[in-house]
Design a protein around this ligand. Structure first.
Ligand SMILES: Cc1cc2nc3c(=O)[nH]c(=O)nc-3n(C[C@H](O)[C@H](O)[C@H](O)COP(=O)(O)OP(=O)(O)OC[C@H]3O[C@@H](n4cnc5c(N)ncnc54)[C@H](O)[C@@H]3O)c2cc1C
Length: 495
């Protein structure tokens, strides 16, 4: 997957079957689906792949225990099936993780035990393992850092875990293997119309400033919380459909939570769930759910959210986490679809929505990482109808992600070495085969150092810039600009 090769094709080939705007989970999934069905497919991402919400998830491939409690059985069942398929199709980026819910009364044990038993039953043949009822002693053995006071026992259940930004890059590579053109730093700035119908896009290359146009039979808007912005390019009078809901995570050292299993707190003071999940040798704690007035590519955690997460973690962890113990914090915006009469964003359903405008712009938003494949299948089915493309069957439920081993240099899942040393050959690979164009691409999404230890990422930035400059033929001024830009972003990840 090489950026220049992609641009060369876009320069020479102007007519496509499907153009997808947005390179997050939804758009990349759609690109894999459309390309693997044999449609001539282009995906345009304004920044880097997964720069938006798709690098900021809790990293769970899950049916959503919380949605079960909300009674949304259809969503849970669908997500559990998708979980099974994703773990099968991308075993190098996903894993099975045991989650433990501590319980403090017999009633709680019955309630969560039966609920989680049902969760497992709903996964059918794709079950990752049976839900188990744990005694107090077994619960402490599973979670040795848990406060013991009042503990009655626990429930252990299985769910999936993954690296979100890595999966995004692997989906991009998979789409390219199937013939798609995928390009980052390419912003759609306008829609083209033939008569009343959308038939293409205007694109600006954000690295060299050039603009060009492309035509397609169907245009899919998969821009997450930015969906309204693209819909406005189609209809000036458009009224917004997305309610952005912010969630944050705090990342701390393993010493606070030494277990290899995850902790699930089933009911926070605002009625949500909170996770502590071991990830790349750190622990990710979150999340929150707050409607926010502004849509930003770099949303910042609110002080109230930070306090909320710390307070809940400290209620359960033996060793108190201070603000200074937080190695990194990150916020993401859920692209929830507006729902009349919703009291707050936590009660808005997580299902996705597909809207076809009068001018045939196809917008898909909502949903979650876990269900990206199903969303992609549905939106490409819609593109086939809208764009009058020849009908072909979706094959992604059984399609390996990431292609051949040669496309993925390591199997250790992290691309980060002991003491966070990143090797030159990895950086060269990211630049030459994964379209990494900035220091942030390498430190935030090709590796996950910014999300794991923001201070360490800032320390590593000059060395990464120097190596990238060698492979990209850039001068010292470029390196300085890159490091400054990275530091400005990374400061927002330090508490
Ligand atoms: C805090 C939090 C935790 C979550 N945890 C989980 C979890 O554990 N498991 C799970 O399954 N789901 C989880 N989710 C949900 C999941 O992350 C999202 O549903 C998913 O990432 C949304 O992907 P998307 O592609 O729709 O949006 P995005 O990832 O935001 O992608 C949209 C892309 O469009 C690009 N774009 C915007 N405008 C343009 C333009 N004009 N031209 C070109 N490109 C453009 C943006 O740069 C962006 O990259 C979580 C969400 C949040 C916020």
């Amino acid at each position: 997957m090489n950026r220049q090769a992609a641009l060369n094709r876009l320069h020479n080939e102007k007519d496509w079957d499907v153009i997808i705007i947005g390179g997050g989970a939804t758009g990349l999934g759609a690109a894999v689906d459309a390309a693997s069905r044999g449609y001539r497919t282009v995906l345009l991402e304004a920044h880097d792949f997964a720069k938006g919400t798709s690098s900021r998830a809790t990293k769970l491939v899950h049916g959503g225990v919380r949605y079960l409690a909300q009674g949304n059985i259809k969503l849970v069942k669908e997500a559990l099936r998708e979980r099974g398929w994703l773990l099968k199709n991308a075993p190098h980026i996903t894993s099975d993780l045991l989650f433990v819910i501590p319980v403090y009364s017999f009633f709680e044990k019955m309630f969560y035990g039966i609920g989680l038993g049902m969760y497992d039953l709903l996964s059918g043949k794709l079950s990752l393992g049976k839900t188990k009822w744990l005694s107090k002693k077994q619960t402490i053995q599973h979670l040795p850092d848990l406060k013991e006071k009042g503990l009655a026992g626990g429930i252990a259940y299985h769910d999936g875990q993954f690296d979100d930004a890595r999966l995004a890059v692997e989906l991009a590579k998979t789409a390219v293997e199937h013939g798609a053109v995928i390009v980052n730093y390419s912003s759609v700035t306008g829609l083209l119309k033939h008569g009343e119908k959308v038939n293409g896009v205007t694109v600006q290359d954000k690295l060299d400033g050039t603009t060009y146009q492309l035509n397609a039979r169907a245009v899919i808007n998969a821009t997450g919380v930015f969906a309204d912005h693209v819909m406005q390019m189609d209809e000036q009078q458009h009224s917004d459909i997305v309610t952005p809901s912010q969630g944050i995570h705090l990342v701390v050292d393993k010493k606070f939570f030494t277990s290899n299993h995850a902790l699930m707190i089933p009911k926070t003071s605002d009625g949500r769930v909170l996770f502590a999940v071991p990830w790349h040798n750190k622990v990710v704690i979150g999340t929150t759910d707050n409607e926010v007035p502004e849509i930003s590519l770099e949303p910042r955690p609110l002080q109230s959210e930070i306090e909320f997460v710390l307070q809940h973690a400290n209620k359960y962890f033996k060793t108190n986490i201070e603000r200074s113990d937080v190695k990194s914090m990150f916020a993401g915006l859920r692209p929830l679809v507006k729902q009349k009469n919703a009291e707050n964003t936590a009660v808005i359903r997580r299902d996705h929505t597909i809207i076809v405008s009068k001018a045939h712009l196809i917008t898909i938003t909502g949903g979650k990482w876990t269900t990206y494949r199903k969303m992609a299948e549905e939106v490409v089915n819609q593109a086939v109808i809208t764009g009058r493309l020849p009908k072909r069957t979706c094959i992604t439920s059984n399609l390996p992600i990431g292609g051949t081993e040669a496309l993925y240099p390591r199997q250790d899942n992290s691309l980060l070495h002991k003491d966070f040393e990143i090797q030159e050959k990895d950086i060269a690979f990211f630049v030459q085969h994964e379209m990494a164009a900035t220091v942030e691409d390498v430190l935030a999404r090709r590796t996950r150092l910014l999300f794991l230890d923001a201070g360490m990422a800032i320390a590593k930035a000059p060395a990464v810039a120097a190596i990238m400059a060698r492979y990209m033929n850039k001068d010292e001024a470029w390196q300085r600009e890159q490091v400054e830009a990275f530091n400005a972003t990374a400061k927002g990840y330090i508490l």
